[in-house]
Design a protein around this ligand. Structure first.
Ligand SMILES: [Fe+2]
Length: 262
């Protein structure tokens, strides 16, 4: 075997090992958000882009339970449009509902499959928060679905109604690019915006960041983490699964645990 061939084989084996590692181990990413509103101690778990990740179902449930959340938010793409394995998604919902209140805002994959069909298959109409909000004593949660064809006016009317509430306001919207688009989420008085969709940029280059994200292209502004605009804070999940290819590198599937503190 030539030296070159040997080097190529070692390189390919190393990349395969990294792909297996970064696509088959889930992690918990933790954030703290400060507020003056009286909801200190609130714990939120955010799960986005699960894409029927059967292999990680058990470990994700275990990690969410250990976080002991007050509420679990699913920010879209729970199922995958290419392989809509409703059984796995339903198993995740059942397990999560045994831990705390769960709310589900649909993403672009549900939109392609047909939101109503997905909701019916999962039997979860009672927890879908698309274009609705839920008011708790300490906080409120609004969901905006990823229905791309919907008018901006509908979103603006909903946000304007929601911002009138005076407790800690959380808006869930699948795509982070909605955050600073003109006259969308960050223009309103909302304390925390929760998103997913971009899978952390798939490949993350050390000391540099994300390589590629849908809607944003190469070297995206939003990939995963915490962002600020006006008085709003946005947390973007790096996602808990993959679409058709397991291409994550230096970017583990994650669940997000958020502590709201005074
Ligand atoms: Fe998405």
């Amino acid at each position: 075997m030539s030296e070159l061939l040997f080097t190529i084989l070692v390189f390919l084996a190393f990349i395969t090992f990294l792909l297996l590692l970064y696509n088959n181990v889930s992690v918990v990413k933790r954030y703290k958000v400060k507020t003056k509103k009286p909801c200190g101690g609130l714990k939120i778990v955010l799960i986005s882009d699960f894409h029927n990740n059967k292999r990680l179902l058990g470990s994700i449930v275990k990690k969410v339970r250990a976080c002991a959340p007050d509420i679990i938010i699913i920010a879209g793409d729970l199922v995958d449009r290419r392989r809509p394995d409703y059984k796995t998604a339903a198993q995740l919902l059942t397990a999560l509902r045994g831990i705390s209140d769960v709310y589900y805002v649909t993403g672009n994959h549900e939109a392609v499959l047909g939101r109503e069909r997905v909701i019916e298959q999962l039997g979860c109409s009672d927890i879908v928060l698309d274009e609705r909000y839920k008011i708790y004593e300490r906080f409120s949660v609004l969901g905006i679905s990823d229905r791309i064809v919907d008018s901006m006016q509908q979103r603006q009317d909903l946000l304007a109604l929601f911002e009138r509430l005076d407790n800690f306001k959380i808006a869930v919207v699948h795509r982070p690019t909605e955050f600073d688009r003109e006259q969308t989420v960050s223009d309103y008085d909302i304390d925390l915006v929760l998103c997913g969709h971009v899978h952390g940029g798939l490949i993350r280059i050390p000391f540099f960041g994300a390589l590629l994200a849908p809607d944003e292209g190469f070297f995206p502004k939003y990939s995963k983490g915490m962002y600020k605009e006006n008085d709003s804070v946005m947390i973007v999940s790096g996602g808990a699964g993959n679409t058709f290819l397991p291409l994550r590198l230096n970017n583990f599937p994650e669940i997000v645990s958020i502590s709201i503190e005074n």
